[in-house]
Design a protein around this ligand. Structure first.
Ligand SMILES: NC(=O)c1ccc[n+]([C@@H]2O[C@H](COP(=O)([O-])OP(=O)(O)OC[C@H]3O[C@@H](n4cnc5c(N)ncnc54)[C@H](O)[C@@H]3O)[C@@H](O)[C@H]2O)c1
Ligand SMILES: [Zn+2]
Length: 389
């Protein structure tokens, strides 16, 4: 009894988290299949489901999620986190855990994260520690969360020590990505997601890079862009498959791994990206936008070291420009950004590791000591001056 909806769904398997892994369902209207997906993925004894969301997403999609879960026989309640990065706090984890306890969420019950990466990280972490771990489903509603944050099992919150430094690896039992939800997403959130998609192609898949860039070019050239169409759904599924492959090869980001399938290559653009977020107090850039600049700076560094051809750097720059307009960054001090980058957690044994490119589709990690300070400063200045702003 395959409905029209189910026929157009793409399914991607993530081989991580035990029991043969889990499935990502991608497509327009996937939210209507949430209950069905929950039945397939959760413990048959599961009775109670807590939907964790924020007010905005809940107002838009909460009812659809609830209806689908109810129809599948679950007792549904919901807990709303405040919107925004600051919601990823231990205090909110505590509040969510209190709510789970009040609602009698048992070992076999589950949590559903309905929202962007903030909700996914927070709800996933609360699920990881409630009774030492209950199942959770990711229902990502931002582009960034659909292609990146919802896949791979990293959950966590921010503390005084920094972003994402407290957390757990807790793979979801399933991911349901409804591409229709992207229709209500603010344009900057789309730009941020597109930047992370460019990153995927840049570090590990030249064809995926070209396909993403061509999609963005067509979208930019279209007078009445149908922002969300079947082609975007297909592309999102390809990006999920890419991330799934990396996660399966390196589920817990083993520090020694440096190969092409290391999870660490996904940090491309993030050393400077995180620094840009930090020096602007997380107010100016969406995370993905900062990564857009971070990739260009890393590209400039790679070119300065003679690793990357100028034409490849131009190709990267062109793709980022197609992702959308980024907030300006040319007023920021290179020195300050370097200081913030040095405090980034991607440093290992005191040395910052830079993910650079040899070419589009192939990443290479380089120790900070191998990069002359002057080249670094110049690369930052050049990257932040990029015509993307
Ligand atoms: N766990 C991981 O592997 C991983 C990977 C990448 C990023 N992240 C984390 O993800 C977070 C960023 O996530 P994000 O970019 O999705 O931002 P977000 O979760 O902050 O969401 C952005 C805003 O969009 C709103 N929103 C969400 N869906 C909407 C929709 N369909 N329509 C209208 N508005 C909508 C939200 O209310 C929010 O205000 C960061 O905290 C980052 O650390 C985690
Ligand atoms: Zn990122």
């Amino acid at each position: 009894m395959a409905s029209k909806e189910t026929e157009t769904m793409r399914r991607v398997r993530v081989r991580a988290g035990g029991r043969g892994g889990y499935e990502i369902v991608v497509g327009a209207g996937a939210l209507g299949l949430l209950g069905e997906s929950a039945r397939a993925a959760l413990d048959p004894r599961a009775r109670r489901v807590v939907v964790v969301s924020d007010a905005r997403v809940c107002a838009l999609y909460g009812e659809r999620a609830r209806a689908s879960l109810k129809a599948a026989g679950y007792e549904v309640s919901r807990w709303l986190a405040p919107a925004g990065e600051r919601a990823k706090s231990l205090r909110n984890v505590g509040r969510a855990l209190d709510f789970f306890r009040e609602r009698g969420v048992e070992r076999t019950d589950a949590v559903v994260a309905l929202g962007g990466g903030v909700v996914g990280d927070l709800a996933g972490f609360a699920a990881a520690v409630h009774l030492r771990g209950v199942s959770f489903l990711q229902v990502p509603t931002t582009l960034l969360a659909q292609v990146d944050a919802s896949v791979g099992g990293k959950t966590g919150v921010n503390t005084r020590a920094g972003k994402n430094l407290v957390g757990a690896f807790h793979q979801p039992a399933g991911v349901v990505a409804d591409t229709e939800t992207l229709r209500t997403l603010p344009p900057r959130e789309l730009t941020a997601g597109f930047c992370e998609m460019i990153k995927h192609g840049a570090v590990g898949d030249r064809r995926l890079f070209a396909r993403t860039r061509d999609f963005l070019a067509r979208r930019a050239g279209d007078d009445s862009p149908r922002l969300v169409d079947d082609e975007l759904a297909e592309l999102i599924a390809l990006h999920c498959a890419f991330k799934a492959k990396i996660v399966a090869a390196d589920e817990r980001e083993t520090a020694e791994r440096e190969g092409a399938l290391s999870r660490r290559v996904l940090n491309f653009g993030h050393t400077v990206g995180h620094a840009l977020e930090a020096v602007t107090n997380y107010r100016r850039f969406r995370h993905g936008e900062a990564v857009g600049y971070g990739m260009i700076v890393a590209g400039e560094v790679a070119r300065a070291l003679g690793l990357l051809a100028a034409s490849e750097l131009e190709s990267l720059r062109g793709a980022v420009a197609l992702a959308g307009r980024l907030p300006r960054a040319d007023d920021l001090e290179a020195e300050e950004i370097l200081r913030a980058a040095a405090g980034d957690k991607k440093s290992a044994g005191g040395e910052l590791r830079w993910v650079l490119l040899e070419r589009i589709g192939r990443a290479r990690t380089v120790g900070g000591r191998e990069i002359p300070a002057r080249a670094l400063r110049e690369a930052i200045r050049a990257g932040l001056r990029s015509a993307v702003g």
